[in-house]
Design a protein around this ligand. Sequence first.
Ligand SMILES: NC(=O)c1ccc[n+]([C@@H]2O[C@H](COP(=O)([O-])OP(=O)(O)OC[C@H]3O[C@@H](n4cnc5c(N)ncnc54)[C@H](O)[C@@H]3O)[C@@H](O)[C@H]2O)c1
Length: 339
Amino acid sequence: MKIITEEILIKLIKTHGLENYLTDLMKVLKEDFSRWQEFNKIPRPSMQVPGGVLELMPICDDKHYTFKYVNCHPKNPQTGLMTVVATGQLSRIDTGYPLMFSEMTLLTALRTAATTALVTDKMARKDSHVLAIVGTGAQSEFLVKAMGLVRKISEVRYFDIDFLAMDKFEQNMKNSKFKLTRCADAREAVKGSDIITTCTACKAHVDVIKNSWINSGVHINGIGGDTVGKTELEFKILSRSKIVIEYFDQCVIEGEIQRFDKREAKEKVHAELHELFTGKKSGRINDSEITLYDSVGVALEDYSALRFTYELANRYKLGQELNLTPILKNPKDLISMLY
Ligand SMILES: NC(=O)c1ccc[n+]([C@@H]2O[C@H](COP(=O)([O-])OP(=O)(O)OC[C@H]3O[C@@H](n4cnc5c(N)ncnc54)[C@H](O)[C@@H]3O)[C@@H](O)[C@H]2O)c1
């Protein structure tokens, strides 16, 4: 089976080009979301542990099965560790044999950014050009780069409670085409923005963005509120917004909408992404509505990232071939490996 290490994935993305990777992944995601009904899926099982959450994200269609293991430990950076790390696997359905085991920390950032850009394209005003990002941690540059592919962004306004995270963001984005505006707080970042993206990590209900700061016509991507007891938006924003989500059964447990009861949440949600991408439900219909993508991250996004990465690894002949499963002359003679 193919092993995609961090080093191999970096080589693969540099060979293909980061922008090309994001653009192509957006196409793959759209294709896969558009055949949503073909997938066997469940809301991800998650385990709340002290200081974080551990999640397993399985899904399959009639060709491939994938799963991702991912965590979120917001205090990790205090000891030099990342908040979110992930690994994942792609397997054949017909035999159950694994085809690829991969790093998925970078892949998570890429697929989250690509999905967010696809949604932004459907929901943000066409003339949106000012983007706010609140939380300039590991995911932030990926999100900004991907949204720059779907709207003519001229200015990025950003804020993080950690000044060093803002310094890092500035450094990484300094050669971009965007005017970078460092802000003193989240309110200043949101002011005058057409698209607001929150991507903070705090395991609590936090009003990172207040209702009174939100003007008509904006699109909000709520990325960081993604598990039980972890939300980022003042609750009143939800009742003013046209809400789109990935997958109701999971989002109602983990998303901003977890604060509604299930019946209210059902009434409040405008569309799941597959309905948006197939045109069954509308995106934005006028310049005044407030729209919200309440993202939690679903297994289908990882499926798309894994199947696309596998395709590229074969195309560029990358990936280490290692046996993590036995190769036997007689498939019933497992013990022979030890003789
Ligand atoms: N929806 C998805 O598919 C998806 C995918 C990946 C990550 N996430 C979530 O996104 C969040 C960010 O992930 P990351 O890897 O960038 O984490 P990170 O720890 O690298 O960055 C988070 C940043 O948020 C900042 N922050 C925390 N509270 C803040 C506040 N009130 N105002 C402004 N900034 C604040 C922190 O200082 C930090 O720099 C996490 O909560 C993670 O669970 C969601």
